[in-house]
Write a protein that binds this ligand. Structure first.
Ligand SMILES: Nc1ncnc2c1ncn2[C@@H]1O[C@H](COP(=O)(O)OP(=O)(O)OP(=O)(O)O)[C@@H](O)[C@H]1O
Ligand SMILES: [Mg+2]
Length: 412
């Protein structure tokens, strides 16, 4: 009996030892497999990081010319270009997007954006959204009084959310604020709104760029704004979106060009400013012909702060006409130029000059200039070529027009 018990104990001991040995082997093999998988994942990440870094470097690389080196095409023309679905239909939508832009600073972009918006909303019955894409927030401060334009301490400005792509069309409507247009026209407030910007927008623009160049951003950031603006929620809410661009081709500036259906370029009539108009038109044309912002219709260059009784301004008008000849854009007539008036800089605490300057005889000239420009913009955007009805009865873009448009060359 004792022998039998010893035998059973021996068997059990061996079996336990073998099972333990087996378990241990499985555990070691599993750990090795997991480590190999983790290492493979890290290797893939490192390879893809270097691939993205190479693409980023290529996007900003200098190029060799016959006489040396020069800057390349710049990052905004970098491939691949990933446009939103149905991007070619965007310009056929009923809502229009007007971009006021110029790389020259202080030429009256913001002042014009606010005043054209006011004339379109208050006198031409349009539902207008003013989009402030300049972190200086000047447009925001023209439209909103007191501190209602300041972002909360623990949040960013709506423009930052927009350019960063952290909102959709429905949320954009919630972030807009009715413009303070003053007593007497209060009933129209709901038709005239602004989306505020603040200094945090500068950081967002840099982040968007870095994330794109290092490949951490899945979508092409050039079309973030276009995708949001052409969503059904925004389309239903507004007739016109007016974008006040910064005097730089920052992430926001490029998003504005890619979202815009129309471009208006304000300029002071002095040589430093008029010369820079051609440079800017050349840059936009390159972006347009290379298919980055193929839809943009350059509807005019308009003089601002004019009225100096010297022939120098006439010389600049002639200079501009020559420089713009055959560039697909022209200088708008004198009646649309914004004359220099103290009412524009000093209207700020009281809102937008168009209504703040009142109705006195002395302000009729600048008011009529704003009206003439707003009428021109309105007609170019909504009645161009007499093709007002661009949508089929079901609200979708008219297929016949789409085919015609697709058949057209991209350059105007
Ligand atoms: N028609 C005008 N008459 C007098 N002053 C004007 C007129 N238009 C604009 N200004 C003033 O000129 C300055 C620059 O105008 P504004 O801010 O509109 O230019 P901007 O091109 O938007 O500048 P930035 O490039 O810095 O954004 C402001 O002080 C503004 O009040
Ligand atoms: Mg400005």
């Amino acid at each position: 009996m004792e022998q039998v018990l010893d035998f059973v104990a021996g068997v059990l001991e061996r079996a336990t030892f073998e099972a333990a040995y087996q378990y241990l082997s499985f555990a070691v093999a599993g750990a090795l497999l997991l480590s190999a998988g983790w290492l493979w994942g890290q290797a893939l990440r490192i390879m893809s990081y270097f691939r993205r870094l190479g693409a980023a470097r290529a996007a900003v690389a200098r190029v060799r010319t016959a006489s040396g080196w020069k800057e390349g095409e710049g990052m905004w023309r970098a491939e691949p270009v990933i446009q939103p679905a149905r991007y070619d239909e965007f310009p056929l939508q009923a809502m229009k997007v007007l971009n006021l832009a110029n790389l020259k600073g202080g030429v009256g972009k913001t002042t014009l954006a606010a005043n054209i918006g006011a004339a379109l909303a208050l006198e031409r019955g349009k539902r207008v959204l003013l989009l402030d894409l300049d972190f200086q927030g000047t447009l925001t401060r023209m439209c909103l009084t007191q501190n209602e334009w300041l972002p909360s301490e623990d949040g960013d400005s709506p423009a930052s959310w927009l350019v960063g792509g952290h909102m959709d069309g429905a949320q954009l409507r919630e972030f807009t604020t009715p413009v303070n247009v003053g007593v007497g026209v209060g009933g129209r407030r709901s038709r005239f709104k602004v989306l505020p910007a603040y200094y945090d927008l500068a950081t967002t623009e840099n982040r968007v760029l870095v994330e794109w160049l290092t490949g951490d951003r899945r979508k092409d950031p050039r079309y973030t704004l276009a995708e949001i603006l052409y969503s059904p929620a925004v389309q239903r809410e507004f007739d016109v979106v007016i974008i006040d661009s910064p005097p730089r081709l920052s992430s926001g500036g490029v998003q504005a060009l890619c979202a815009a259906s129309h471009l208006l370029i304000p300029t002071i009539l002095d040589r430093a400013s008029t010369e820079s108009v051609s440079t800017f038109v050349g840059q936009v044309s390159k972006l347009k012909t290379s298919g980055i912002c193929p839809h943009i219709d350059m509807i005019g260059v308009v003089g601002t702060m004019s009225g100096a009784a010297t022939s120098a301004e006439d010389d600049e008008r002639e200079f501009l006409k020559d420089a713009l000849h055959s560039k697909g854009i022209h200088l708008l007539s004198k009646e649309m130029e914004m004359p220099r008036r103290a009412a524009f800089p000093y209207a700020l605490p009281r809102g937008i000059a168009f209504w703040a300057m009142g109705e006195a005889q002395s302000v009729q000239e600048p008011k009529n200039a704003i009206r003439a420009l707003a009428r021109y913009v309105d007609e170019r955007m909504f009645n161009a070529g007499g093709q007002v009805q661009r949508l089929a009865p079901d609200g979708r873009p008219n297929e016949r027009m789409l085919r015609r448009r697709r058949g057209r060359p991209r350059v105007a």
